[in-house]
Design a binder for this molecule. Structure first.
Ligand code: GLN
Length: 558
């Protein structure tokens, strides 16, 4: 092995055993947070073993929300956790799927890069996996790259990834790498015991593939005794202090502090032969957690969407409400409301008790009329409202129908024949037929106009927000909308597209074409969510806030 170069980037691999959904993403993000708090520059990458090139074409019921990065990558929702914990943006390089790996190799084969050779899983696919893992380290921006391998050890589709990790450990040297294996200790209530056998078996399987884990993070619902830790350490061949308890937590935001107590960061740094540097400064995080657990106020907000059966479909929105709730010292109780179940006859009973309504992003016709009905109720009854992407588009359609009197107004996504296509396909989208990665994606600038709710929230006139859509506010109608009281409070400075709309005569009614939820983090809650929650609090306490021209509210935000 080559001698240790102190500037070498270190690689931490996180694998999972026994069962899926153990929370590898949260453990990876928590470890990264602690290493960051010690002064290291850290990023996290997720390798997904499915054949879709990215999750952009997956139904949210399949895989939860599709997270969008600044550079316009449609990615796994775990990247949202990474950003929310670290406060550092991720990119296309942070999420790689088997589909993308094969696509690259097959394209290269067609170009003739392997002329004369048989293209095989080993070495060509594994080489491409290794290249993708090293890519983030090669940017020079990070000291430590944490790579999370999706799936469970033993899955057929994870095999090339596990083999690539084995090769990288050999190539980079053991002290430049660490393997964390996440397992489950099932609790048998009949005997009152935590069982270690599934953990032993999953470690044995990793060993069969040539990988000895350095750290075992054991998910458990009961505390582990020292005897149990010793037993796991002995049978799995790891140090006893590298057997880490990961007990069920009441919130994911507690996990970094639990991992700090278990010294996961120290164990990993010792393995990587890196200095511990300072004790992690987690004060701001602890303050956040303290407020999260001890709210002063409570509001109820309806989240109207059509994928509510799977809460992960709206992950970033739900998390943004947690952040914004804390900023207002307020618990936000989300009422998940299925848009297909809302109708004019029952809407009052369905929404009247709420302090605010959010209409969620989405695609297609299903549930649209329910969303429009909910928006009409919020507009007419002065209930604070935030519409995101499709939610904003529905607010525009609702206003066109019921205020401007265009009875058949619609988005041309739902009704291409409408005489009033107030939401229409962008010109550059009209020629596109491919579905994958072809929307308006990623970060675009927006000019925010003074004297608006949007400006009050952001406190500045230039913002950047992330997009994921094909349709837009139809600029032909802007004058008619403005005259009737729905104003454009944000525009794209380059092409004039309307990015934010809001109502003049309403306590707080804002629709955004972009996705603010992707940018909300624990220590930087998103200003629109913070202001929206504040408006719901005002409603709950019967207080209507005033807006003054040129007012800056951002300074009062966490
Ligand atoms: N379906 C709408 C569009 O493509 C909205 C997309 C969304 O809500 N993300 O424009």
């Amino acid at each position: 092995m080559s001698p240790l170069n102190p500037t070498t980037v270190r690689y931490v691999f996180v694998t999972g055993g026994v069962t899926s959904s153990l929370g590898k993403g949260i453990i990876s993000a928590s470890l990264a947070k602690l290493l960051q708090a010690r002064g290291y520059r850290v990023t996290i990458q997720k390798l997904d073993p499915y054949i879709n090139v990215d999750p952009g074409t997956l139904n949210p019921y399949e895989h939860g929300e599709c997270f969008v990065t600044n550079d316009g990558a449609e990615t796994d929702l775990d990247l949202g956790h990474y950003e929310r914990f670290l406060g550092v943006p991720t990119s296309q390089a942070n999420n790689v799927t088997t589909g993308r790996i094969y696509q690259t190799v097959i394209n290269r084969e067609r170009e003739g890069a392997y002329l004369g050779k048989t293209v095989q899983v080993i070495p060509h696919i594994t080489d491409e996996i290794k290249r993708r893992i090293k890519l983030l380290g090669e940017t020079g921006e990070y000291d430590i790259v944490i790579t999370e391998i999706g799936g469970t050890v033993g899955d057929i589709e994870s095999l090339p990834y596990i083999e690539s990790v084995r090769q990288l450990i050999w190539e980079m040297g053991s002290s430049n790498t660490a393997v964390i294996h996440l397992t489950l200790l099932p609790y048998l209530s009949t005997t009152g015991e935590l069982k270690t056998k599934p953990t032993q078996h999953s470690v044995k399987m990793l060993l069969e593939y040539g990988i000895q884990p350095d750290v075992l993070v054991c998910r458990t619902e009961k505390p582990m005794t020292n005897d149990l830790r010793r037993k796991i350490a002995l049978f799995c061949n790891v140090n006893i202090n590298a057997v880490i308890e990961s007990i069920d937590a009441s919130t994911i935001y507690e996990v970094p502090l639990l991992m700090l107590k278990e010294q996961l960061d120290k164990v990993v740094l010792n393995k990587l032969k890196l200095a511990l540097k300072q004790e992690p400064d987690m004060q701001a995080w602890k303050d956040f957690l303290g407020k999260l657990k001890n709210p002063v106020h409570e509001v109820r907000i309806g989240l109207v969407g059509k994928y509510i059966e799977l809460k992960d479909a709206y992950k970033s929105i739900a998390e943004a409400f947690i952040h914004a709730g804390v900023a207002n010292e307020c618990r936000v109780k989300l009422e998940w409301i299925h848009s297909e179940k809302i109708d004019a006859e029952h809407v009052r009973a369905q929404l009247a008790e709420l302090h605010g309504v959010l209409v969620a992003p989405g695609f297609g016709e299903r549930g649209i009329e329910g969303k429009i009905t909910a928006i009409r109720f919020a507009r007419e009854n002065k209930v604070p409202f935030l519409g995101i992407c499709l939610g904003m588009q529905c607010a525009v359609v609702e206003f066109a129908r019921h205020v401007l009197g265009y009875a058949d107004a619609h988005s041309s996504e739902m009704n291409p024949g409408s005489a009033h296509p107030v939401i229409d396909m962008m010109a550059e989208q009209k020629e596109i037929t491919n579905k994958g990665g072809t929307m308006r994606l990623g970060e675009y600038a927006c000019s925010v106009h003074k004297g608006t709710r949007a400006f009050q929230a952001y406190g500045k006139t230039r913002i950047n927000e992330r997009h994921r859509h094909r349709f837009e506010f139809n600029g032909k109608y802007q004058d008619a909308f403005e005259q009737a009281g729905m104003v454009a409070s944000g525009h794209n400075p380059d092409n004039g597209l309307v990015e934010i709309v809001e109502l003049k005569n309403h306590p707080w009614f804002v629709g955004v074409q972009f996705h603010p939820e992707y940018k909300s983090t624990v220590l930087n809650p998103h200003p629109l969510f913070v202001r929206f929650v504040k408006a719901t609090l005002d409603r709950a306490s019967g207080h209507i806030s005033e807006i003054r021209s040129g007012e800056s509210a951002a300074s009062s935000m966490v």
